[in-house]
Ligand binder design. Sequence first.
Ligand code: DQA
Length: 148
Amino acid sequence: MAKILVIHGPNLNLLGTREVDVYGKVTIDEINSELEKLAASKNVSLTIVQSNHEGEIVELIGKAKGVYGAILINPAAYTHTSVAIRDAISAVGIPTVEVHLSNIYAREEFRHESLIAPVARGQVSGFGIMSYLLGLEAAISIMMMEKR
Ligand code: DQA
């Protein structure tokens, strides 16, 4: 069965109570359960990890080659700072889709730059939980197309 690695970056474990005016009331468990439902309907298996540690995310990505057909990542604050995560994605060459709950381009200026976007196949930003579901659809389609 095709496998996708889903990575939630720092502070996303706090969704539901964190800045609800920006991120809404959705919890990480709700997001994960919707992702699992969508994946099951497409016969895809997910490994879902949340980490507050940059090095841990780098290691996860580094070990993903040969195991996962695609990566879905919300790098959270590391989006704007992490050359290490960007380099890991670039190094493994696994098709990666970047997602954000909020529209990062409509927020503070420091959020307008994503260091990850240039090495991702694409980005979905601003649709709340739908960003993850649209991102997963894209990751599955890319993975299936490139297997042929
Ligand atoms: C975020 C946007 C980032 O700027 C922020 O640091 C986050 C969450 C989002 O999903 O909207 O932690 O990635």
